[in-house]
Design a protein around this ligand. Sequence first.
Ligand SMILES: NC(=O)c1ccc[n+]([C@@H]2O[C@H](COP(=O)([O-])OP(=O)(O)OC[C@H]3O[C@@H](n4cnc5c(N)ncnc54)[C@H](O)[C@@H]3O)[C@@H](O)[C@H]2O)c1
Length: 428
Amino acid sequence: MSIKTTLLQKIDSRQARVGMVGMGYVGLPLAVAFARAGFVVTGVDVDESKVEALNRGQSYVGDVPDTELTPLVQSGCLHATVDYADLAAVDAIVICVPTPLRKTKDPDISYIIEAAESIARQGATGKLIILESTTYPGTTEEIILPRLAGQGDQVGRDFFLAFSPERIDPGRRDYTIANTPKVIGGVTPDCLAVALALYGAVVEEPVPVSSTATAEMVKLLENTFRAVNVGLVNEVALMCDKLGLDVWEVVKAATTKPYGFMPFYPGPGLGGHCIPVDPHYLSWKLRTLNYRARFIELAAEVNSYMPEYVVGKVVDALNGERKAVNGCHVLILGVAYKPNVGDVRESPALDIIHLLQARGAVVSYHDPFVPSITTELFALESIQLTATALQQADCVVIVTNHDCYDWGSIADQARLIVDTRNAVKNFL
Ligand SMILES: NC(=O)c1ccc[n+]([C@@H]2O[C@H](COP(=O)([O-])OP(=O)(O)OC[C@H]3O[C@@H](n4cnc5c(N)ncnc54)[C@H](O)[C@@H]3O)[C@@H](O)[C@H]2O)c1
């Protein structure tokens, strides 16, 4: 029997063992989905504290409640380890390691390389390997394939390799792993067939595409689309400010057009691990081909200016009260990059805090999802959101629109507010 047939049968009967490399925001929910679908899942992570927490049945990802995780761990369907040797016996491995940027904004694919080399040391023969980390077109075939094929195995016959981008939207309830269509590209048609079979067990609508590079590009189109459109509406906000117009009214009215328009909303800047980061993977790749990705560069320029713009609004608001920002107490409400999550990666709130501190402001923050922040430039702990804290602040800057905030009482108690939330008119 061919390796492909054996794998397909094991997947179909749920005898296939699944390995997950990188048990973070992407890997953990996916590991849980495979375990719930009846596979035995082994999660590998280099972070010992995550491995220990998982093996106690404790989740550190908001979208995975302990009540869902614990029974899977207790029944032996899901276990975590720091030891790649535990992947020697699995049939399929999904790689979900980070793909950050270096300080120069160039891609840092060192995590992908390390994961691929660690998997190769256990032997890829007989396995399906899938990369889920967002990366530039060509990574799967240029970086992973040569490392796995090193021992003379032939891809599409002795082992199978695919790329499938993750579309998870942390905190979202209506779209889950199961009902979000999943794009999948294989190195060969048989690689695609085996990957489709595996994902078919956990997603309702797998979407096959012709190659791994196409699948990699699909993800970058999706995220670049958002970065560029947010950049556009942020620039429209800056223009409306100069024209004395209300950008929210403009966007709301434009949204009544039943076709050809999709609303995006201005804000304090782009945040999160994906939208501010991923387009740079594409522009870097294009630079190596002597092409400048102009929309990506322009959107990044506008979006990364927004924290500076917010700080300018704080300075103006304080000026209206005859106060200098230097020495003023500024309270930031919400530092996560989006509502109802505890993720501060690339959050514009970090830039806003630093820029205010650099101007001499005494900055504190409250965020029920983020107990503390440590960056290279500052370290702060979330303070209690009391009436006294609100009244003592010379200015309250609302950055993240967490559902739990009581905006009515905040508005009553704060002396001065700069509000960057969607659909609030007094920003800009
Ligand atoms: N978070 C999202 O909303 C989201 C959405 C879509 C795509 N993505 C992409 O998915 C990938 C993972 O993102 P994430 O948010 O899950 O990151 P994360 O930082 O939450 O998780 C990555 C995990 O990988 C572990 N790790 C690092 N190196 C490792 C190695 N060599 N071996 C084993 N484990 C290792 C880390 O300890 C961490 O737990 C990235 O490419 C990201 O762009 C993320």
